[in-house]
Write a protein that binds this ligand. Structure first.
Ligand code: NDP
Ligand code: 8X3
Length: 252
């Protein structure tokens, strides 16, 4: 029986690239996001490789999360791999100037959303005594940078939850793992800068940023190790980046 993966944030960037790679490797997919048309478009493309089910919900709203997951048909109920990937930064501002709406979006989406989805899926894994939870953190969850305050806090929380989940779920044979990327060229900066595409593009200019496919490749590697192997925590930078703030850019 092929594995079934549940991917949040599958409509773009890292989640979408992971969906494509998983599909090509015969992993069945539950794809989640808020943008219905994107979900449908990806389902149409990937159905030639694997079985795909889509769920449209906003991770910030617990009723939406639980209703969506409860609506899964029987043949998609047993989730082998949960990729907690949905998330974004909203704004890049000092703590004194930051917007409360942005803070809410980051804490509610990146932290509470991850918790709601996990809470809905973990019982099935416990019952079956098997499962893999892979949390997408960030180098922002390892190192705080100026103006990153609340986004960094949300990713520090993901880092802590990743460790907490591993401790609590150890007795149930469930693998828990996190990948913490540096700069990846996705819609992330468009969202962070609220559609200021020029500013967003500049984030990835002057060096070769990680591509979403690079992270998908690592995710696939991590989840396909033999079952007794659990890669706990993995940081990945583009070669041009050495820390959250040290980036070797060619400014020509
Ligand atoms: P994208 O903006 O390209 O993708 C974000 C995905 O998350 C989209 O599919 C979006 O779907 C979904 N999403 C966002 N908010 C919600 C929400 N409230 N409810 C449901 N789905 C939501 O960015 P990335 O692919 O880069 O981001 C994926 C993860 O990687 C995030 O957790 C991010 O923090 C992390 N990350 C990104 C890095 C980068 O440099 N790009 C580096 C380190 C970590 P939709 O809009 O359809 O809901
Ligand atoms: C995304 C990477 O450096 O913008 O998590 O925080 S960074």
């Amino acid at each position: 029986m092929p594995l079934t993966a549940f991917i949040t944030g599958a409509t773009s960037g890292i989640g979408k690239a992971t969906a494509y790679l998983f599909a090509q490797n015969n992993i069945r997919l539950v794809l989640c996001g808020r943008r219905t048309e994107k979900l449908q478009e990806i389902k149409n493309e990937l159905s030639q490789f694997t079985e795909v089910h889509t769920l449209q919900f906003d991770v910030r709203f617990k009723e939406e999360v639980f209703n969506a997951i409860e609506s899964l048909p029987d043949n998609f109920n047993d989730i082998d791999i949960l990729i907690n990937n949905a998330g974004n930064a909203h704004g890049l501002a000092t703590i004194q100037d930051g917007s409360i709406d942005d803070w809410d979006a980051m804490i509610d989406g990146n932290v509470k959303g991850l918790l709601y989805v996990s809470k809905a899926i973990i019982p099935g894994m416990i019952q079956r005594n098997t499962g893999f939870i892979l949390n997408i953190g960030s180098i922002a969850g390892k190192e705080v940078y100026a103006n990153g305050n609340v986004y960094c806090a949300s990713k520090f929380a993901v880092n802590a939850l990743n460790k907490g989940m591993r401790l609590d779920l150890n007795q149930y044979n469930i693998r828990v793992s996190a990948i913490h990327p540096g700069l990846v060229e996705t819609e992330f900066s468009d969202v962070r800068f609220k559609g200021d595409t020029d500013r967003a593009k500049k984030v990835y200019q002057g060096y070769k940023a990680l591509q979403p496919e690079d992270i998908a490749d690592i995710i696939h590697f991590v989840v396909t190790r033999p079952y007794h192997v659990n890669i706990e925590d993995l940081i990945v930078y583009p070669t041009a980046q050495a820390s959250a703030t040290l980036l070797n850019k060619n400014e020509n």
